[in-house]
Design a protein around this ligand. Structure first.
Ligand code: UDP
Ligand code: MG
Length: 323
């Protein structure tokens, strides 16, 4: 087929000295069967082990290998972003360095992209009967996230995906600091298809996603894709306002039935003031929340829209207008 076409593989690695040699071999075995030419971009995310030396070793032997070394550990999403930015491929595939994203799926991903999809997403399926805390927490997390957010993120989605040049350029154009790439990829749109895969065991070593890192990713996902937390004040204010009305009706019922002497003196007015002030404060907080939400949207500098394709500008060539 097409030797002129370039496939880029982006691999973030943090302290993966044990898994890397095995993974690299698996990957090369698959890539060497492809008709396309390829590049492999390893991103060393501030590792403290021999990851840096190992990938430099690969690069010394293999001109297709390119490397990036971070000055410290910036995290998986940052490492992925750096690799995607550097990628020059017509198709770019991101995958983990531990073999849990099987390279043997690459030919199928390329085939699907050739059949007209812009993005090939992958979805983890756990082997039957296997239930783990990670699986449960991830399922619950995606349920909540998709309830809170307008952008729907694929449950069990992995950062193992193929993007063509157009969709990758759109992703790279999102300059936000807090990055939840799975959400961002869903936000940019384009034609995508889901490829399910069973997650194999790690080739070697332990998970590099500590609970702290997982929590940070979850919080980036919720707070950059949902405005709901900011609007909680408005709902709470409305609730207190209703409570104030109920209190008024309650007090009036005593007056109408001639039992007003049963009310403790001062209780009605004090209770009403408390509820109504609570309501006003929370509603004002809610409005501030809405403004903060708008500011937040603005500072993210996401484009207003993304075109999948647009016909070239007809006037471009003969354009004689003064510049
Ligand atoms: N990773 C990274 N920086 C980090 C943590 C992880 O680049 O701070 C890389 C890691 O080397 C691996 C990928 O991200 O290639 C996924 O991490 P891991 O396999 O530990 O996560 P898990 O599969 O356990 O969710
Ligand atoms: Mg892993």
């Amino acid at each position: 087929m097409n030797k002129n076409r370039l496939v880029s593989i982006v691999v973030p690695a943090f302290n993966e000295e044990e898994a890397l040699p095995l993974f690299y071999k698996q990957l090369r075995d698959v890539l060497d069967t492809l008709p396309e030419s390829y590049e492999i971009i390893f991103v060393n995310d501030g590792s403290s082990d021999k990851t840096g030396e190992i990938i430099e070793g690969f690069a010394a032997e293999d001109p297709a290998v390119r490397t990036i070394h971070f000055s410290r550990n910036f995290g998986h999403q940052a490492a992925l972003s750096a690799g995607l930015q550097k990628s020059q491929g017509d198709y770019t595939i991101s995958m983990d360095a531990d073999g849990q994203h099987p390279p043997k799926l690459i030919p199928e991903m390329i085939r699907l992209a050739d059949s007209g999809y812009d993005i090939i997403l992958t979805q983890r399926i756990e082997p039957e009967g296997k239930s783990s805390f990670k699986k449960w927490s991830s399922e619950t997390f995606y349920k909540i996230l998709n309830k809170l957010s307008d952008t729907q993120t694929l449950p069990g989605g992995a950062d193992f995906r193929l993007m063509n040049r157009e969709s990758l350029n759109a992703l790279i154009a999102l300059p936000e600091f807090h990055r939840f790439l799975r959400g961002m990829v869903s936000w940019i749109g384009f034609r995508s298809v889901i490829l399910p895969f069973e997650v194999p065991e790690r080739l070697a070593g332990k998970t590099k996603y500590s609970l702290k890192k997982m929590t940070r990713l979850a919080s980036d996902a919720v707070f950059s894709f949902s405005m709901v937390p900011l609007y909680i004040g408005l709902s709470a204010g409305a609730l207190f306002f209703i409570l104030a009305l109920v209190e008024v009706i309650y007090v009036l019922s005593f007056w109408i039935s001639g039992n007003s002497s049963n009310l403790a003196p001062g209780w009605s007015s004090l209770m009403f003031m408390m509820l109504i002030i609570g309501a006003i404060l929370m509603i004002i907080m809610g409005f501030i929340g809405v403004y903060v939400g708008y500011i937040f949207q603005e500072v993210k500098h996401r484009p207003v829209y993304i075109c999948r394709t647009a016909s070239p500008d007809k006037n471009k060539e003969g354009d004689t207008s003064p510049s």
